[in-house]
Design a protein around this ligand. Structure first.
Ligand code: PHE
Length: 338
């Protein structure tokens, strides 16, 4: 017989050229050369039957071991080259995610809106509901029905933005949220427990504590047997819920539509440590004339009303000393409340 090939040498040569194959094409050529159909090793293994029987065992064993070693080398080189090919394809296709991108700013509620929502929560918890009314009002709802007849100083040009109309049928920007009291009582039967937050307008010059547009929260309770104690208790509870445990002061005042009437103040310590009373609301027992104006029986029903300055409350709440900050829209200020 032809002499028995040196299987170890074949395997060594194959493994070396497999290791040298630096792409899948070269590897395929190595595969054909060493274990393909016409490879010497394949031919030897395919003709074992024609060998002298004493050689068959050895040739079969060593030849197959060489083929296994070559195939194992092919497999691992294949896996490696494929991984590299995948890696470079990914590298070539990659998207650059290191660019800074567009900053998407998240908005937040304005501090006045935040305080309004807190106020609503507290009154909802006390059984009040939330009412709403238009900012453009009639002179009747804003003044006359609220016991503020023609000629009253509060109606004068200097306080009110009039839009249209004559002396008895003016159309105006509401100067207070109190007309929502009238609208509510005209459309519902007592008992009534409502609050009405909203924007109001007065012809004031702008300074640290005045703005021609500001916000109030009106409150109205009408029931049998309501007393001034109910008014004071409601207001004190509300203020303490919102602003923490602090003194609440109520002193006599005058409003055309309440009798008696009071001003409500809270103790406020400014950032220099000075404590003072800060007025936050007007309030009082609903004047019987107002009940008569809306068709409620003043003999049967009693009620209290209040009007809080929402901007004032926001300022106390957040130690803001200038109301203009609330309306200038300066993000450096507003971002503190997001
Ligand atoms: N409407 C009054 C004001 O704007 C406040 C107020 C409301 C007073 C309700 C009494 C009752 O000053």
């Amino acid at each position: 017989m032809s002499e028995i090939p040196d299987f170890q040498a074949i395997a060594d040569e194959a493994v070396a050229s497999i290791a040298a194959a630096d792409d899948l094409n070269a590897l395929e050529q190595a595969r054909v050369r060493f274990v393909g159909r016409k490879a010497p090793l394949t031919e030897v293994l395919g003709s074992i039957g024609s060998l002298p029987s004493r050689d068959r065992g050895r040739v079969g064993k060593e030849g197959n071991a060489a083929r296994k070693a070559i195939e194992a080398a092919l497999d691992s080189r294949h896996a490696m080259l494929e991984g590299e090919a995948m890696g470079s394809a990914l590298l070539a296709d990659r998207a650059d995610v290191t660019l800074p991108g567009d900053h998407f700013a998240l908005g937040a509620l304005h501090p006045i809106t935040q305080v309004r929502l807190e106020v609503e929560e507290i009154f909802l918890g006390m059984g009040f509901s939330v009412a709403d009314g238009p900012e453009i009002e009639t002179g009747f709802n804003n003044f006359t029905a609220l016991n503020t007849p023609d000629g009253h100083p509060a109606r004068s040009e200097s306080d009110t933005f009039f839009i249209a109309g004559g002396e008895h049928d003016e159309v105006l920007l509401r100067t207070q949220t109190s007309p929502v009291q009238i609208r509510t009582m005209q459309t519902t039967e007592p008992p009534v427990y409502v609050i009405a937050p909203g924007t109001v307008y007065r012809r004031d010059d702008v300074d640290a504590t005045h703005s021609p547009m500001f916000h109030q929260v009106e409150g109205l309770a009408v029931d049998e047997g309501l007393s001034f104690a109910n008014l004071k208790g409601t207001i004190t509870y509300f203020l303490q819920q919102l602003l923490g445990d602090r003194d609440v002061r109520v002193i006599p005042h005058f409003f055309p539509f309440t009798e008696p009437s009071v001003d409500v103040s809270v103790a406020w310590t400014d950032r220099h440590g000075r404590t003072d009373w800060l007025e936050v609301a007007g309030a009082g027992m609903v004047d019987p004339n107002v009940f008569a104006n809306v068709g409620y029986d003043p003999e049967r029903w009693t009620g209290f009303a209040f009007g809080f300055g929402l901007d004032r409350i926001a300022m106390i709440r957040h130690q803001i000393s200038d109301i203009r900050l609330l309306y200038e829209g300066d993000l450096r200020f507003l971002e503190q409340f997001s």
